[in-house]
Design a protein around this ligand. Sequence first.
Ligand code: CTP
Length: 399
Amino acid sequence: MLKGKKILLGVTGSIAAYKSAFLVRLLVKEGADVRVIMTNDACDFVAPLTFGTLSKSKVFTEFSEKSSGNWNNHVELGLWADIMLVAPATSNTIAKMANGICDNILLATYLSAKCPVYVAPAMDLDMYQHAATQKNLKSLKEFGNNIINVGKGELASGLEGEGRMAEPEEIVSILQKNTKKKTKLPKLAGKTVLISAGPTREAIDPVRYISNHSSGKMGFSLANVFAEYGAAVTLVSGPVGNLELDNSINRINVDSANEMYQSCMEHYKKCDIAIMSAAVADYTIEDPSKQKIKKQSDKLSLKLKKTKDILAEMGKKKKKQLLVGFALETNNELNNAKEKLKKKNADLIILNSLQNPESGFQYDTNQVTIVSNNNIKKYQLKHKEAVALDIASYINGIL
Ligand code: CTP
């Protein structure tokens, strides 16, 4: 859950600074917005250009830039951050942080920051064990900072022991754990959830098909959120690009609307919650050609027949399940959503309108309204992961 988080990484003068380049890569991959501040000594180990390239942002090394006369506002930087991470943190920087010394932009920013601060020490064994360092680390903890434990192993000096900076993967996972699960959704734990996602493909012949622009992002985000809160999730997905999915999720890949129907109906019997977010083709080719259709006449007609409406079938067979559908509309949105709710015997319809800018298929964001028999709740435009959390919170509230 580091997506969209503003992370300020302070790099100080240790050989472990090279590991921080990997750290930036991992954080950026997680979707975090990373800015880097380096001390002068850090610049001797790794060039600012490395961090600038990896973070795709300006790197801060001085209070002001002599050539342009620009002043780097450390107060603004400190207030900008959701998380500040000093990695590697040398014994020198730790000592200064513990004593309020402010002789570089990294330390000034630290003193201005109001966000949680993480410190990942890196130094030689004896420096780490020295009473002064231990006292300084204790002070930092008492100030409310989070100290990331050092690792044991071979050190740059050739000595063996404690003092290595934690590995970048470990640091990222600590940040992830600590930023996760702010919202409590206890009723989702242990629930069996079925989710459909993505488009379907209806074959015209062995090489061609009819499909739509659904990316699957909304369904995958929903699957991840429900899994995160302890639900047992089955995701029936049409063909989508490379999307991240929690390891615990049972993913079933399908192609056509009929395959999606078969798979969903099989899992529907046993589920507590079914969320149909897939953009299922409403029509399929009546008689797909076994051979590739050759180019002949100027015009070609394809005969289509209706597919089975999975959501509506589920509505007919509904017992204890909570049934949730989506409605993508271009006009008369609320009325159409209410009609779908009734016609398909769903408990909730998640309405998104193509009239809203930055909503729908092509975007990472969505603006939804949750429609039930007795309630209409409109949400702001948000990242699809945040929309998924809103939907999960709403469901948690009505279970
Ligand atoms: N849906 C489904 N099976 C289908 C078609 C749609 O399960 N064959 C589900 C979708 O996953 C979605 C809901 O029905 O949850 C509404 O889909 P939508 O395409 O908006 O509505 P339709 O019923 O197809 O009506 P129309 O296209 O005429 O608006």
